[in-house]
Design a protein around this ligand. Structure first.
Ligand code: TYD
Length: 210
């Protein structure tokens, strides 16, 4: 999968409250110790322009109610900015990119259980980013009930954090289906001990990079 000189792209996925941020911080600690060139980024966002689009998409202003397809288009616009300006050049330069959310978030959050939206997404996404996919995706799996318990303790909730159990159950189903069909996706139990989980993730990353 990896060409000589080409970098690697690793994404982290999971429903809100799955502990992604904590695990990404732990990855940051040990990858910074190694001599590898690493770039940490996120979606929606990652570049100045894409972060502007993020603000629009995640706005908590109740007056803003995008149509489902508009929301997908905005996410893809942000992704294109991110891919073209940051991801593609970094991959070409041999960097390791760790991305907090990527394509699977759009498929799970916006398209799960809706074939029309899925088709719409693929039609636009495929030519836009040349079928680009992560080399490895860490999916932190958690039951929506447990995730909501964690989210409710948070002070700064995002737009999607206020969704209900059935919304997150559908997103989780979407993720599980993606994991079944894509060997790049490694599903891990998000309720495992934090350090045990970090060690599993470290092993997966090391095995990809060697
Ligand atoms: P995240 O940065 O993980 O949340 P937080 O604000 O808690 O750090 O993700 C932001 C939200 O964006 C998250 O609720 C999921 C949502 N999202 C989508 O719905 N579709 C997408 O394609 C992406 C990338 C994110």
């Amino acid at each position: 999968m990896q060409n000589k000189g080409r970098g690697s792209f690793i994404s982290f996925e999971g429903i809100d409250g799955s502990g992604k941020s904590t695990q990404i911080e732990l990855v940051k600690k040990y990858l910074h110790k190694s001599k590898k060139k690493v770039l940490f980024t996120r979606e929606p966002g990652g570049t100045f322009e894409a972060e502007l689009i993020r603000k629009l998409i995640l706005s908590k202003n109740k007056k803003i109610k995008f149509d489902d397809k508009t929301e997908i288009l905005l996410l893809l616009a942000a992704r294109y900015e991110h891919y073209k300006k940051l991801i593609e050049p970094a991959i070409t330069n041999g960097k390791i990119i760790i991305c907090d959310r990527f394509i699977d978030s759009t498929l799970a959050y916006q398209c799960a259980g809706n074939n029309e939206l899925k088709e719409f997404y693929f039609q636009i996404s495929k030519p836009l980013i040349n079928n680009f996919e992560p080399d490895l995706t860490i999916l932190l799996d958690i039951s929506p009930t447990k995730a909501l318990e964690r989210i409710n303790k948070r002070k700064n909730k995002n737009k999607y954090d206020n969704k209900n159990l059935s919304f997150f159950s559908n997103v989780r189903k979407g993720y599980n289906q993606l994991a079944k069909n894509n060997s790049r996706i490694q599903k891990l139990n998000a309720l495992s001990d934090k350090n045990i989980l970090a060690e599993k993730i470290r092993k997966l990353i090391i095995s990809l990079l060697k």
